[in-house]
Design a protein around this ligand. Structure first.
Ligand code: AHR
Length: 496
């Protein structure tokens, strides 16, 4: 039996949890767009060709912001190919994923989908094979009032009112040699600075995200980030972080160190931001935008072999993967003061919580983990003091309990997200609330004795959340017992 005690002090506020931490990502990759969100030939498509089953499931996830159109795809994409009458749109050879792109889905369809889903749109411009001017023109197309060339093109395509797209990524993973148009940091910084200047010239209200390192294993990490931010300065509001993790060695403890590694990645990039701010003598700091994250290691097939919507990187997610998705979210909440946007990559079929097969839809294990968090995301993150068991990893000791806490006094609610990382031992947890007077507690759990359990079309409810009752209030807090390898969400009612 493991033990952990948690001290929760309502005065120890890290920051308000940004709702934008619960975002998603739609890329023209494999079957994410076609056969995913958009499938006019499907029996479950609506009048605009969007799949109603996918939309209903994504609505359950209560995502707030959606990144589009890539990813690696963005670095070869020309947005003008994807607007205007469908029959006039070119079918092109797509090089990032070696597929054929029909351009049947483009900017106007994406914005329409965002409106239906109440998502904040987030667009990634092409700074690989595209130009800063092309990026600026896209801003005009989306955000300018009628009366000039690109704005009028939008009007001609049926949208008089500007779209008001606020968040713009200045390219994608430009530090990676795999990226179309990859260049060294100093050259990317010039492109990004020029693009941001022109884009903001078109619409000063937009916020831009500079490409940071693709992951901490890059040889230029975090020097890339320092060099880019120093040059681009406050023309960028955010720096991007990406992280994909996996369990290739079938070692759950090594895998369950993910939360601590994500903590470290964000802390290093935040330190870089602060360093740049000091060197630049700027009053404005950069925030983190974790615009791609997920588990991804089982299906690495990235070559579409010249097909339209080929099945690429369609990961099957098991129970342990869901626990790791939960660790990412705990880590974001713990760092609510520095990370303001995060996008689960991606939303359907491609490394996604949802999978389609014909007109059927499957909710993977990771769907339920994300939902448990997103349902209770509003409020302020509280700094938790944990004392308890740890386990050893190559990167040092890691607490057996991975936790975060959101306090929402306006809703009389305090939510604890607790993950027992021990694959073998249950855990006794006691928490003291330092003066907060809880009147009731309700629990939900994700648990499976089999870390490899997964949902399939034939057996879709093998892993889900269920009510958790093994928790009780004490004179100054609560006590509970978490099964080995479990995610528990506790909602405490705290009348004001
Ligand atoms: O999400 C899949 C791919 O992973 C994205 O296109 C790219 O940005 C990253 O390498």
């Amino acid at each position: 039996m493991k033990t952990t005690t948690i001290n929760i002090d309502p005065a120890q506020v890290i920051d308000v949890v940004s709702p934008l931490l619960f975002g998603g990502f739609i890329e023209h990759l494999g079957r994410c767009v076609y056969e995913g969100v958009y499938d006019p030939d499907s029996g479950v498509a609506d009048e605009d060709g969007f799949r109603t089953d996918v939309m209903a499931a994504l609505a359950e996830l209560q995502m707030t912001i959606m990144r589009y159109p890539g990813g690696n795809f963005a670095s070869g994409y020309h947005w003008e190919d994807g607007v205007g009458p469908r029959d006039d749109r070119p079918t092109v050879r797509e090089l990032a994923w070696q597929s054929i792109e029909t351009n049947a889905f483009g900017t106007d369809e994406f914005i329409k989908l965002c409106r239906k889903m109440s998502w904040e749109p987030m667009l990634a411009v092409n700074l690989g094979t595209g130009s800063p001017e092309e990026a600026r023109n896209w801003v005009e197309y989306c955000n300018s009032a009628p009366g000039t060339q690109y704005a009028d093109q939008r009007v001609g395509n049926g949208s008089k009112d500007p779209y008001g797209v606020k968040y713009w990524c200045l390219g994608n993973e430009m530090d990676g040699p795999w990226q179309l148009g990859h260049v060294p940091a100093d050259q990317y910084a010039i492109r990004a600075q020029q693009a941001a200047k022109m884009m903001k010239g078109c619409d000063p209200g937009i916020e831009t995200i500079a490409c940071g390192s693709s992951w901490p294993g890059m040889p230029t990490f975090p020097e890339w980030d320092r060099e880019v931010l120093t040059y681009v300065g406050t023309l960028a509001r955010y720096i991007s972080l990406h992280r994909y993790v996996g369990n290739p060695n079938n070692d759950p403890l090594e895998y369950f160190a993910t939360g601590s590694l994500v903590d470290k990645q964000m802390e290093v990039i935040d330190a870089t931001c602060r360093h740049v701010q000091a060197v630049n003598g700027s009053r404005r700091r950069h925030f983190l935008c974790f615009d791609e994250w997920n588990v991804w290691y089982k299906d690495r097939k990235g070559n579409g072999e010249g097909k339209i919507a080929p099945a690429l990187i369609e990961e099957d997610y098991n129970f342990e993967d869901a626990l790791v998705v939960a660790q990412f979210l705990n880590s974001f909440i713990r760092h609510a003061n520095i990370v303001k946007i995060a996008n689960l990559a991606q939303v359907v079929n491609v490394i996604a919580p949802l999978k389609t097969r014909g007109d059927e839809l499957l909710k993977q294990t990771t769907f339920h983990a994300f939902r448990l968090f997103s349902e209770c995301k509003s409020g302020r993150s509280l700094r938790l003091a944990l004392t308890g068991d740890t386990f050893d990893t190559d990167n040092g000791p890691v607490a057996c309990l991975d936790a975060s806490c959101i306090h929402a006094p306006e809703e009389n609610r305090l939510t604890l997200f607790l993950i027992n990382l021990s694959p073998t031992d249950d855990m006794n947890v006691t928490a003291s609330l330092h003066g907060l007077n809880a009147t009731s507690v309700a629990g939900d759990i994700m648990h499976s004795a089999d870390l490899k359990a997964l949902n399939t079309f034939e057996n879709p409810d093998q892993v889900n959340s269920e009510e958790f009752a093994n928790v009780s209030l004490t004179s100054d807090g609560l006590k509970t017992e978490l099964p080995a390898a479990s995610l528990v969400r506790l909602n405490l009612e705290i009348p004001s």
